[in-house]
Structures are given as C-alpha cells and as structure tokens.
Design a protein around this ligand. Structure first.
Ligand code: TMP
Length: 234
C-alpha cells in the first residue's frame, strides 16, 4: 500500500489516503507541541517511538477484545489503519490526580483518586479543547448516547489493560487520552497511545516518563521516550 495525497496534518501526525478508500496511512512526526501549540519543539526519534509503541499497545488491546483502527505497522514511522471518522471527543481517563485536574481543582499532583475519573473534552483547537460532559456532547451532536456508552465501556476496559501492561515495565499509569472513530457504523479505538498521550511515572522513583518532560522543561526528553519504548518492548 502506498501513500497518496495527504488528507490531514495534525500537530504530531500526518494522514494520507491510499489506493484503497477504506485504508489510510499515518505518518508519525518528531514535532511536539504543548499548551495548544503555544510551545513548539522537536523531540528527535519521537515519531519512531510513538509509532512502535502504539502498534505494540493496539495489538495487545485487540487481543483483549478492544477493536482498533490498526491494520499493521509499515515501517518505523508509518502505520496502515482503517479509515475512520474521528469522534470529536478527547476521552481522558485518570487514576491519580495530575495536570489540568490538579490545577483546576487545587489538588496535589500524585494524590490517588477514590475512583477512576473519566472526562470528555470537545476536540476543537480554536477553543483549546474545552472540558465538557455527556449532555454537552449529546446537545452538540458530537456523539449519540449509544456511542457514548460504548466509548465509556471501552475507555474503562482499556484503563485496566493498560495499567497491568505498564506495571510490567515498572511504570505507573497516572492518566491518558484516547480518541475513537466510526468505522462501518461501529466505534473503534483510533489515534495513538504513547508518552505524548499518557502520564507514566516510574514505580520506584515517581520520575516522570512522558511528555511532561517536554511541557515542563525537565530535560532528558529524547532519552526518556527511548527508555519507555525499550521497557515495554522487553
Ligand atoms: P491534562 O491533565 O493536561 O488534561 O492531560 C490529561 C492527559 O491527556 C495526559 O495524559 C496528557 C493527555 N493529553 C493529550 O494527549 N493531549 C492533549 O492535548 C492534552 C492537553 C493532554
């Protein structure tokens, strides 16, 4: 399968059409942004890490009953995926308080939560992806109630599978973001699961092993991305 015209360029990936209208090719870039692209930079090798990591994790999720858009990895920074229509919701799952939740609610980062928190943000760069709830999503026609129910069910199952998966690599899953797509009338997991979209802390030291190193200028960004891929590849 070969790349044809580019359909879409996002902050971290490009999406190309192929000869088959039901399949797209995704190219993972080294470009990094934060704070709705107010901060811009490059993380050398990030595209390769995020592509490889997403492929490993999406295969694991498929094996455990979660349908995903992944068809196969093509090379180090390309993957073949099913064409989907992205549901314009960023689905955030939180196990431990951090990031915007800590900031918005005035709670210390690292505070364990009494239950898993599930958030929806409206995927809209112009509005900086505002936090919304189910009734907003329904009112704006972003998804149907049936779709929201399936998305919540998958998000919670993915959380269980990912926590167990990362723990084997001595990584604690603090929170993460998912995106889903519509394909043949069904909801399937799309986008990526990588250090760009998860907060991962070392179990022994609580060292941040994710994009917060870039967002907060903590240093060793490239090395940390490589370390996460090498840990999960073992
Ligand atoms: P937040 O605490 O900044 O809301 O982020 C929650 C999780 O979502 C965190 O694991 C990082 C991820 N995330 C993205 O993948 N994309 C984004 O644009 C943002 C803001 C967060």
């Amino acid at each position: 399968m070969e790349k044809m015209d580019m359909l879409y360029e996002g902050k971290a990936k490009k999406v190309y059409r192929t000869q088959d209208p039901s399949l797209y090719i995704i190219e993972y870039k080294d470009d990094a942004t934060a704070f709705n692209a107010l901060k811009k930079g490059t993380i050398a090798g990030k595209g390769v890490v995020n592509n490889n990591m997403t492929c490993i994790i999406f295969k694991m999720l498929e094996d455990n009953g979660i349908p995903t858009h992944l068809v196969n990895m093509i090379d180090d920074n390309h993957q073949l995926v099913k064409a989907v229509e992205i549901v314009p919701l960023e689905v955030i799952v939180r196990n431990i308080a951090a990031g915007s939740m800590s900031k918005n609610l005035g709670i210390e980062e690292g505070m364990p939560l009494k239950n898993t928190v599930l958030e929806f943000c409206y995927k809209n760069d112009e509005l900086a992806d505002p936090l919304i709830n189910d009734t907003h999503a329904l009112a704006l026609g972003l998804a149907t109630q049936e779709e929201i129910d399936v998305i919540k069910k998958y998000a919670l199952k993915i959380n269980e599978l990912l926590q167990e998966f990362f723990l084997k690599s001595n990584l604690k899953l603090i929170d993460f973001k998912l995106e889903f797509g519509r394909c043949d009338g069904k909801i399937i997991l799309a986008d990526e699961i990588s250090p760009d979209t998860c907060r991962l802390w070392d179990v022994n030291t609580n060292r941040k092993m994710d994009k917060d190193r870039f967002r907060r200028d903590l240093g060793d960004v490239e090395e940390t991305y490589q370390e996460v891929l090498s840990r999960i590849s073992k």
